[in-house]
Write a protein that binds this ligand. Structure first.
Ligand code: NAP
Length: 322
């Protein structure tokens, strides 16, 4: 028997009536989990999605989505709502409670909820996504919520007519940096190399935006301030020089950490915790347990392939276990 403290997902936020047995329980209600729910419930499975916070996952905190087929441009929250409405339409239940732990014993898979109630599942889909990686430098933690942020949509409005730095050179950094130019007076991207990793279309927009500037080949050594952030200590990685960089806020987008920490010893994962799955069935190393979306080991992390993972996992589960 494997008994694992999975994660404490915090306080309940509203609740949806749940039963104590389901054909499929999906943990995580982002695009991957909700698409698994659409396919599972439409395929006749009694399906529960457990999502502790916002239905739609990261897209609910995304200003605009421009690369999901069928929508040239759609508000992230609106797309998130469409995903959950679609899952509910085919009969999936979405519960906003939290999971405390998972117990796998013999053929039995039990989800222990944060109120200690237990739900049994014939199959489980892990769709817990990933969270923003931290820099791990002095001052980052201390100034979180006081000028250090990981969410431009949530906190951008606090920086109207201010100068902010965005750390990172990937799609998130450039997407969110562009969003911040709508309110901030200046957005400086600080990147550790002299080339961005972001898609070319985003790079072009950033280079053409008069409010965006770039500091290349540099990393943050320390976040400093008084009551609020007012300075970054930067190090040029080419010549090793340190300099002060006065800013009013800093948005950190340096990649993702999978929400799988406590599953690591149960399921096969990469060294950095991304869950390994069969690339066709999306089944993990534990039979009947599937994983999809940003929490798995894969190359491309987009809404479209998160949704595709969910569809494949649910279809495989139906074929293999029902
Ligand atoms: P990412 O693509 O992994 O990029 C992380 C960036 O942070 C890279 O530029 C990396 O530098 C830099 N970095 C990593 N560790 C660092 C450190 N310790 N100090 C300073 N810089 C560091 O992560 P992401 O931008 O969060 O995107 C995650 C996934 O979501 C990607 O697959 C992305 O394509 C996808 N996404 C897509 C969209 C879209 O399609 N519009 C939007 C958002 C996210 P290097 O380049 O030198 O490695």
């Amino acid at each position: 028997m494997i008994d694992v403290v999975f994660f404490d997902l915090g306080d309940s936020q509203g609740s949806t009536e749940t039963k104590d047995q389901y054909d499929m329980v999906i943990i995580g209600g982002g695009p991957a989990g909700l698409t698994a729910a659409i396919y599972a419930s439409r395929g006749g499975l009694d399906t529960l999605v457990i999502e502790k916070s916002s239905e739609g996952g990261q897209i609910a905190a995304t200003e605009k989505v421009e690369n999901y087929p069928g929508f040239i441009s759609i508000d992230g929250l609106e797309l998130a709502e469409k995903f959950s409405d679609h899952a509910r339409h085919f009969g999936a239940t979405i519960s906003n409670r939290g999971v405390r732990n998972l117990t796998f014993c013999c053929d039995k898979k039990t989800i222990v909820m944060d109120d200690s109630s237990e739900i049994e599942a014939k199959t489980i889909v892990i769709a817990t996504g990933a969270t923003h990686r931290k820099l791990g430098v002095p001052g980052e933690k201390e100034y979180e919520g006081k000028g250090v942020s990981y969410c431009a949509i949530c906190d951008g409005a606090f920086f109207r007519d201010k100068h902010v730095a965005v750390i990172g050179g990937g799609n998130s950094a450039i997407d969110e940096g562009l969003y911040l130019t709508q309110t901030a007076s200046k957005v400086t991207v600080v990147h550790r190399r002299d080339k961005l990793r972001a898609d070319k279309i985003l790079q072009e927009r950033a280079f053409n935006n008069p409010k965006m500037e770039f500091v290349w080949d540099s990393v943050v050594e320390e976040v400093q301030g008084d009551a609020f952030v007012n300075n970054l200590v930067l190090k040029n990685v080419k010549d090793g020089t340190q300099s002060d960089f006065p800013v009013d806020g800093v948005f950190i987008y340096i990649g993702l950490v999978p929400n799988s920490a406590l599953l690591k010893n149960l399921l096969q994962t990469t060294h950095d915790g991304f869950i390994k799955v069969n690339p066709v069935t999306f089944e993990t190393s534990l039979p009947g347990v599937f994983a999809v979306g940003d929490v798995i080991d894969k190359e491309l992390r987009q809404i479209i392939n998160a949704a595709a993972d969910g569809a494949s996992a649910a279809s495989s589960a139906i074929k293999l276990y029902f």
